[in-house]
Design a protein. Structure first.
Length: 303
């Protein structure tokens, strides 16, 4: 059909038709340099963790004391057999670094999931019902905020004993406060919205409103909090492992690798620089993704 047969103004209406929401968000994501950089770094680390058995050149648990503390390949005494050198027990550093990414990502994701379930549930209930429910949950949040996370984690880990499972549960039970505060505030802004009133008018149940109406509309804020708490959990795990109260040897953990190399930091600085840089890079990537998602989901014209 030729353009001459189109109704008057048809071409103009087609040209002015707004792009779909998903396409506009995708364009904003691709145009956000920090988000793209963080997502690229995070994707590389996640892929390395997923395919660790294929990428690691050696078994991360194999010990060879005769080859202990071999320097990285860029050192004059380095070897291509051990690209990043070996630790004090002769274990390949690159292999332990790759497998250590698994530990950090598992702890970060699992702790964020547990704390997210707890905090989101409390925050949504407090924000939706208000009154005594809000007062009680606000008191619980205030009580949690009054306790230093690091000190409580150290005390509990020293009492229970450090392990991967203990660290995940412990961090999950300690990092829910930010979820609760954010979801409470967001739910308070939505509970009087017209679509909530419409759902009540047609007889929708309270669980239906909370799960099908409230949660989808606060998900963008929750995603940002999840990324921040993942980074927080990874740093806390590294702190606990460094102090000997987190992941126990011989499990490869970046915090544990720093702790095992602290005795050689002045003579073999790479034993703490390499895992320290890996840890900093992972946390930086997660924070860049979180900040980028916040900017992308912000209203137009706001950052």
């Amino acid at each position: 059909m030729s353009t001459s047969t189109l109704p008057a103004g048809g071409l103009l209406q087609g040209a002015l038709k707004p792009a779909p929401l998903w396409r506009r968000k995708l364009n904003r994501m691709l145009g956000h340099r920090g988000l793209v950089l963080g997502a690229a770094i995070l994707a590389v680390i996640v892929l390395a963790a997923l395919f660790a058995p294929l990428l690691a050149p050696h078994d991360p648990y194999d010990q060879n004391v005769a080859q202990r503390l071999i320097p990285p390949v860029w050192n004059a005494q380095g070897s291509w057999e051990h690209i990043l050198g070996t630790d004090k027990l002769g274990r390949d550093y690159l292999s332990r670094l790759i497998h250590g990414a698994r530990v950090s990502l598992i702890i970060g994701a699992a702790a964020a999931l547990i704390s997210g379930l707890i905090g989101t549930t409390l925050g949504v209930l407090a924000g939706y019902f208000g009154g005594r429910v809000d007062a009680l949950i606000s008191y619980i949040i205030t009580t949690r905020l009054s306790m230093p996370v690091v000190l409580v984690a150290l005390a509990m880990a020293s009492l229970v004993g450090g392990s991967l499972k203990v660290v995940i549960i412990l961090l999950g039970l300690l990092l829910w406060d930010r979820f609760a505060v954010v979801t409470r505030s967001a739910t308070q802004q939505l509970r009087d919205a017209e679509f909530i009133a419409a759902a009540k008018a047609i007889g929708a149940s309270t669980p239906y409103i909370l799960v099908r109406e409230i949660l989808p509309n606060i998900m963008s804020a929750l995603i940002v909090v999840i990324t921040l708490e993942m980074a927080h959990a990874i740093l806390l795990e590294a702190t606990l492992s460094f102090l000997g109260l987190g992941v126990q040897p011989p499990t490869p953990s970046w915090g544990l690798m720093v702790a095992e190399g602290k005795s050689y930091m002045f003579f073999k600085p790479w034993v703490i620089v390499i895992p320290g840089l890996a840890l900093a890079l992972l946390v930086l990537a997660i924070n860049l993704v979180g900040d980028g998602l916040r900017d992308v989901n912000a209203p137009d014209g706001r950052n």
